[in-house]
Design a binder for this molecule. Structure first.
Ligand code: ADP
Length: 475
């Protein structure tokens, strides 16, 4: 087996705020099948240290951004992990990125510079018994690692994957020295972004290769509309940019074995889950499609459009069940909407893995109206569970759903609906079309079967990553 180091700020099932954790947690098994043994370095948050209790110390530095740091190697949840144990940075109450007050930790630049530093050190020098050929880093939290690695030298090559270009990891310019950044790199061609430090940009400039999580997002990133100010940097590196679609964890998301639901193999098995879900949420079982949402509530996810389009879904006989958390304004509006019409709209604010499974098993359709979506995972869960996705035509949503247009219906290959432009009006039309399709039972069942057969795992993407690693290692 060849060795690859992965550096990520969250890894499921230990710590998760979004899709990054799912992917960081799923990559090792997918890559093992391709001959690459992956070890993953992550911050020693309290929950991680708990799992690393019997870990073996493999690296240490007495002065790591304001205190001692050491890396503990351990196995958990079938993964080879390394926790960066640095209590002054990670041992605190709150989330991985935000304090109890919902604000970014003020020392986030140092917290993730330390993660990147340790990753680069391990990639450059290797460990006593392990020397990675490739360092694969994720998002801004590990963005400084390729720069640090280049500074140190060493044979390992680096790949950065963009899971979401909206988060730049910005820090004030006067923190350059504190973040151990080379002065010479503070330019527009380097890690400077409008007078500040951008950890993501550092990764995009210094990594040997760049990838993102779907082919369509890879193209979109090159445009001002989606590049979030980094499209120019990415255009300059277009030849080094690849779009590799995420897969889902097919063991965790499998209606045949899912312990959180009434298991099923065929679409007909969804009926009992639907009935149970309606009973649980206090919904009157709708004549039309029961639509579900499992999402962060943020501007990106376009759920304000859903609020505007919802009356048309309800008028068409549908109902809505939403699980999410995030933006306080959106949370309040969804709560109000549910309170005004509890038999047709159910809203649960919070983070609940088991409820997410019950929603996806019991829903007829899953809605993902994102303004931009690097890949998106929930529409793929929907496919696997025969819960037809209604998605905005953007990013990974464009790459994973076959929309029910005339040609696809005639050919019998449709798996869901895509709408464009990403507006409330276009979403409302898609929801009415969904209701019409739902009323046509035979056509609906064909779509469900197509969806459940659609590949959503790592079969195609794992070899793509392995190919990239091999190219990097050979360079
Ligand atoms: P993003 O990473 O932008 O949040 P993705 O679709 O890539 O979006 O991944 C989101 C992941 O987080 C999915 O696994 C989804 O099921 C999960 N998720 C999001 N919100 C919740 C929630 N409120 N409860 C449970 N799981 C959630």
């Amino acid at each position: 087996m060849r060795a690859v180091l992965s550096v990520a700020s969250e890894v499921a099932p230990l710590v998760k705020t979004g899709g990054l954790a799912d992917v960081a947690g799923a990559l090792p098994a997918a890559l093992a099948a391709e001959g690459w043994a992956m070890r993953t370095l992550l911050p020693g948050y309290p929950a991680v240290l708990e799992a690393a209790r019997d870990g073996r110390e493999v690296w240490r530095e007495e002065r790591l951004f304001g205190g001692p740091g050491r890396v503990l190697a351990f196995r958990a949840a079938g993964l080879d992990l390394m926790a960066l144990d640095a209590p002054h940075l990670y041992l605190r109450d709150g989330g991985p990125y935000l304090g109890r007050d919902g604000k970014d930790w003020p020392d986030n630049p140092e917290r993730f510079a330390a993660l990147s530093w340790a990753g680069a050190a391990i990639a450059a020098d290797g460990l006593e018994d392990w020397r990675p050929e490739v360092m694969h880093v994720h998002d801004w939290q590990a963005g400084l690692a390729p720069l640090y690695l280049k500074e140190r030298g060493g044979r390992a090559r680096s790949l950065i994957t963009i899971h979401n270009v909206a988060f730049h990891g910005l820090a004030d310019a006067d923190r350059r020295a504190a973040l151990r950044l080379p002065e010479a790199g503070f330019t527009t061609e380097g890690y400077e972004f409008w007078g500040r430090i951008s950890a993501l940009k550092a990764g995009l400039v210094w990594a040997d290769r760049i990838s993102t999580v779907s082919p369509t997002y890879a193209r979109e990133l090159l445009t001002p509309e989606f590049g979030m100010g980094l499209d120019g940097v990415l255009r300059a590196r277009e030849a080094d940019l690849a779009g590799i679609l995420n897969g889902i964890d097919e063991a965790a998301w499998n209606p045949v074995t899912d312990a959180a639901i009434v298991r099923y193999r065929a679409p007909s098995g969804k009926a009992r889950n639907r009935a149970a879900l309606c009973a649980e949420l206090g919904l009157a079982p709708p004549e039309g499609p029961l639509c579900v949402v499992v999402s962060r509530l943020s501007e990106q996810k376009g759920l304000d459009l859903l609020l505007a389009a919802l009356p048309r879904l309800l008028a068409a006989g549908g109902a809505l069940a939403l699980l999410g958390s995030g933006d306080a304004g959106l949370e309040a509006m969804f709560r109000q909407t549910a309170a005004a019409d509890p038999a047709r709209v159910a809203v649960r604010i919070g983070y609940d893995e088991a409820l997410a499974h019950r929603l996806i098993a019991g829903g007829d359709a899953i809605l993902v109206p994102s303004r931009f979506e690097p890949c998106g995972l929930t529409q793929m869960y929907g496919l696997r569970y025969g819960t037809l996705p209604v998605v905005a035509l953007t990013g990974g949503l464009a790459d994973t759903v076959i929309t029910a247009n005339d040609a696809a219906m005639k050919a019998g290959v449709a798996t869901g609906l895509q709408f464009h432009p990403v507006t409330a009006a276009a979403l409302a039309e898609a929801l009415e079309r969904l209701a019409a399709l739902h009323a046509d039972r035979p056509a609906w069942t064909v779509m469900q079967r197509n969806a459940m057969r659609h590949p959503v795992g790592w079969a195609a993407s794992a070899p793509a990553y392995a190919g990239l690693y091999a190219e990097l290692a050979a360079a």
